[in-house]
Ligand binder design. Structure first.
Ligand SMILES: Cc1cc2nc3c(=O)[nH]c(=O)nc-3n(C[C@H](O)[C@H](O)[C@H](O)COP(=O)(O)OP(=O)(O)OC[C@H]3O[C@@H](n4cnc5c(N)ncnc54)[C@H](O)[C@@H]3O)c2cc1C
Length: 464
């Protein structure tokens, strides 16, 4: 890259322009997964949409790879690269809530913590992730699974409009009326089509919720999962619920003697009438004898940040994932075998339920095709010591290999690792061809390729 191009960026950008010579470089190049150790040529901490347009044009004019970073949580580390340009939107964190229309407009660098804090004051929220530090951008563009999904759909189902910087560095608006093809593709197609500088969401009533976290001994995992698969089919939709496997963290509501033991957990979020909370959660609590439990009313942002520390920055990440319409006996057996060897307290195996409102959207209505999936399973390997990488990656891969015959071939793009790209056609199903067409229209050169990449459909000239 020409030194003059960096100087031009420095003089025009409102945000910081960070290069390897700058003192903040090592901090600026980091992403959430510390297994990723890359050295971009320049990182632009974009202050506004004009900075984003300038960064895109600079990368394009200099024929350089561009990474776009929102919350930086991509497990494959798509928010950084070696030798290229990073458009880091993390300084762009404004949220405007309109309580009358029940809509919010949030800038592309917001985290779910920013979003939930801003909307909570109005007694409103939108489906977001279960951790507060994940970016709204990557999470929404790939899907958006969280506590409110059964009641109100995925994050992307609540999008009204987005502001986009294109591969040419131009600004456009995409919604049902303008660039509707792009709006369709952005709802599930991830970062393939442009840089979203702001998201407009439809909000739902949500302030204080009734939450529960239940820890059961691993020997009762069969009972708990058997309960879960039946209960979730007809459970009220204002209930968000997932089952999972963890080593018991040092939580005050679980006796110390169990800390560090493998356990099966259920985490519940009831967003219905508060007085019904205990009654709705009681069957979950009673599905098996418990090691410990917490069940109480709390502000929604408190639940959203309750597990942040377990998966804070500094960990190595390797994840695998699959959807399932049914939680079969075979799947439960695979879980029972591998959950005995959950390697660290940070590791999370979660089976999120995504039925209810998520199922009422047609598979072709947005790019997210998997509207018959009841469970999105993630085997989220996370550990602090790089010396354990080989062993822990092998555990994740073996676990997934055992689960795969009992799962759908499709998987959630946001939970995939870097080596899962070949799973995209199956994961998008009948929507894949249309995504390739939209990619050809908006990014024929595949300029946006630091993502779970969708190749542009060949042009008419190329196909002869
Ligand atoms: C600890 C942890 C918890 C998680 N919990 C959940 C969860 O509860 N539910 C869930 O659904 N997912 C969850 N995820 C997965 C998460 O959805 C993905 O990792 C997602 O890609 C993160 O988005 P980000 O903006 O933080 O990441 P980034 O690394 O910044 O970006 C991810 C992808 O999105 C693209 N992108 C980022 N910003 C923009 C933008 N403004 N415009 C266009 N493209 C952009 C990037 O180029 C990249 O390809 C979790 C991940 C982690 C690590």
């Amino acid at each position: 890259m020409q030194a003059s191009a960096i100087e031009d960026l420095r003089s025009s950008a409102r945000g910081d322009v960070v290069t390897p010579e700058d003192p903040g470089y090592d901090e600026a190049r980091r992403v959430h997964n510390w297994m990723i150790d890359r050295r971009p040529a320049v990182i632009v901490r974009c202050a506004d949409t004009t900075d984003v347009m300038a960064t895109v044009r600079c990368a394009r004019d200099n024929d350089m790879l561009l990474s776009v970073r929102g919350g930086g949580h991509s497990v494959p580390g798509f928010g950084t690269n070696d030798g290229g340009v990073v458009a880091d939107l993390s300084p762009m964190r404004g949220v405007r809530v309109d309580p009358v229309t029940r809509m919010a407009r949030a800038q592309g660098g917001c985290t779910w913590g920013d979003m939930n804090h801003a909307t909570y004051g109005f007694g409103l929220a939108v489906t977001g992730g279960i951790i507060s530090t994940t970016g709204i951008a990557g999470l929404t563009l790939g899907g958006g699974i969280g506590y409110l999904a059964r009641g109100h759909g995925l994050s992307l189902d609540n999008l009204i409009s987005v502001d986009v910087v294109t591969a040419e560095g131009d600004f456009i608006v995409a919604n049902e009326a303008e660039h509707a093809d792009l709006f369709w593709a952005l709802r599930g197609g991830g970062g393939n089509f442009g840089v979203v500088t702001s998201f407009e969401y439809r909000l739902t009533a949500c302030k204080d919720i009734f939450a529960g976290a239940f820890f059961y001994p691993l020997e009762r995992a069969g009972d708990v999962l058997d309960f879960y698969r039946g209960f979730i089919r007809t459970a009220p939709e204002d209930l968000g619920l997932f089952a999972g496997f963890h080593l018991v963290p040092p939580l005050p509501f679980v006796p110390e003697e169990y800390h560090g033991d493998p356990a099966v957990v259920m985490v519940a979020c009831w967003n219905g009438p508060m007085e019904q909370g205990e009654r709705v959660l009681a069957p979950i609590r009673d599905s098996a004898p418990r090691l410990g439990e917490m069940m109480e009313p709390m502000p929604y942002p408190v639940l959203n940040s309750a597990f942040d520390e377990l998966v804070g920055p500094g960990l190595q990440h390797y994840w695998k994932t699959a959807f399932a319409t049914e939680l079969t006996d075979g799947a439960i057996e695979a879980h029972l075998e591998y959950a005995q060897r959950v390697p660290t307290v940070n590791t999370a195996v979660h089976l999120y339920s995504i039925n209810g409102a998520c199922h009422r959207i047609a598979p072709q209505a947005t790019a997210f095709a998997n509207r018959d999936a009841t469970f999105a399973t993630v085997i989220g390997g996370m550990w602090p010591d790089p010396a354990d990488n080989e062993r822990n990656i092998a555990w994740v891969k073996d676990y997934y290999a055992a689960l795969a015959p009992h799962s759908s071939a499709a998987a959630y793009v946001n939970f995939m690792s870097a080596d899962d790209g070949a799973r995209l056609p199956e994961s998008y199903g009948d929507n894949y061809g249309r995504l390739q067409e939209v990619k050809r229209l908006y990014d024929p050169d595949n300029f946006f390729r630091m993502n779970q990449n969708i190749q542009p459909a060949p042009t008419a000239a190329a196909t002869g």
